[in-house]
Ligand binder design. Structure first.
Ligand SMILES: Cc1cc2nc3c(=O)[nH]c(=O)nc-3n(C[C@H](O)[C@H](O)[C@H](O)COP(=O)(O)OP(=O)(O)OC[C@H]3O[C@@H](n4cnc5c(N)ncnc54)[C@H](O)[C@@H]3O)c2cc1C
Ligand code: FES
Length: 371
């Protein structure tokens, strides 16, 4: 259904008597009710397949949910939550999660698996590591809008930290469409990098950037490395300081930036200043905006409202980020986003401390540190 969930439910309420009347005229068809129920249970009831730690702060959660996996297109996200009934309890606290928006990293259609990669930020994200294989979970989605991946373009992907978990499926989709992909993958520290082979497969050329010296060693002849932040890396690439390049910035048709709000804002500002001379006018620049979200059901609760500002006319508009997370980089008002993301700061700091305490009392944090 194209539209929000309330309209879909409204449509179903009006439509079901018509469907029921038509079905009543026909003889029952296969499968038998028990087989149908078993199939629907298997297709729709999500359960944890595996949880793997990728870095000291990042875990991968693979969920078995065949229908949700098959429906996924790169760029879309899911809402994941544990069941309170299955949540661990410690010192009178039930470690139940709020619904977490998590972008799909990869899917396996044949096995009915979907992967999400979670950065532990202190709240519900810290509880993902407790999920057990086989545990039923609440999974909604895929939701949001698939990232546009047209053919025949030259695309610059700019990924900061966790953003790289999302970008490799997008890069792979661009390449499958016949577009060329130049991928700047940025990390704060050397231990933050994961899924290296997936990133290499998603790009014709990767520039591995790390704030921490000595940085990374490129794994392929067409790849490069840089020590410093990602904006400095693009500048160095554009100026020729990294040596000859196969994909000049002047050929880029589209930039997609995914990372923290601060990183995407920095890329947006640099494009209008120091980096402007490297890009041709008229290229598109898109940022994946992770507003605070609640329902994630497209225009219902309005938690995800994001202010836009048209640089040409000064007109203000407001969009629902859960409807489409991919937004015009030059229009996003990053100050509003920052304010929205930090509005519950005091509560989140307390939650973070309490969850940390709970995980230590469970013996989980100490165990994880020793691994
Ligand atoms: C469309 C979308 C896709 C997302 N995809 C992923 C993903 O693939 N992997 C992943 O780890 N996280 C992803 N997030 C962020 C994730 O949903 C949680 O917001 C984040 O894990 C913090 O949740 P928490 O309960 O642990 O922390 P909270 O207690 O809610 O907050 C802790 C810290 O996280 C920050 N925070 C809160 N909400 C967000 C947000 N929406 N985006 C960024 N920071 C936030 C707060 O400012 C605070 O500093 C996505 C968010 C959105 C909206
Ligand atoms: S998160 Fe509820 S409308 Fe977007």
């Amino acid at each position: 259904f194209a539209g929000n969930v309330v309209k879909a439910m409204g449509g179903a309420t009006r439509g079901y008597p018509v469907v029921s009347r038509m079905l009543a005229k026909r003889a029952p068809a296969a499968p038998e009710p028990a087989a149908l129920k078993a199939r629907l249970d298997d297709e729709l009831r999500a359960r944890v397949h595996a949880v793997e730690r990728l870095t000291p702060k990042i875990v991968e959660v693979v969920v078995k949910a065949p229908m949700a996996a098959r429906a996924f297109q790169p760029g879309q996200f899911y809402r994941l939550q544990n069941y309170e009934a299955h949540a661990q309890r410690v010192d009178g606290t039930t470690l139940a999660m709020e619904g977490l928006a998590l972008t799909g990293a990869w899917i396996d259609r044949n096995e009915g698996l979907l992967s999400t990669i979670v950065l532990e930020m202190g709240g519900s994200s810290d509880l993902c590591t407790l999920l057990q294989p086989g545990e039923p979970v609440i999974l909604m989605g895929p939701t949001g809008t698939p990232t546009e991946t047209p053919s025949g373009e030259t695309v610059l992907l700019v990924g900061g930290g966790l953003g790289n978990a999302v970008l490799f499926s997008i890069g792979a989709a661009f390449r499958a469409e016949g577009s060329r992909v130049l991928y700047f993958a940025g990390y704060k520290t050397i231990e933050d990098r994961y899924k290296i082979a997936d990133i290499e497969r998603a790009a014709d050329s990767v520039v591995w950037c790390c704030d921490e010296a000595p940085g990374f060693q490129p794994g392929r002849p067409q790849d490069l490395a840089f020590v410093g932040n990602i904006v400095q890396a693009i500048e160095a690439y554009g100026s020729g300081a990294l040596g000859p390049v196969e994909i000049p910035l002047a050929e880029v048709d589209r930039i997609i930036a995914i990372g923290s709000d601060g990183m995407m804002n920095a890329v947006g500002q640099a494009r209008r200043a120091a980096l402007k001379r490297y890009f041709r006018p008229g290229h598109r620049a898109i940022a994946s905006i992770n507003s605070p979200m609640q329902c994630m059901m497209k225009e219902i609760c309005a938690q995800c409202l994001q202010r836009h500002y048209d640089p040409a006319t000064g007109t203000e508009t407001v969009v629902f980020s859960c409807f489409n997370q991919d937004q015009d980089l030059d229009r996003v008002d990053f100050r509003t986003l920052r304010r929205r993301l930090s509005q519950n700061g005091a509560q989140e700091k307390l939650t973070k401390l309490w969850i940390d305490r709970c995980l230590r009392h469970l013996g989980w944090r100490a165990a994880a540190a020793a691994e």
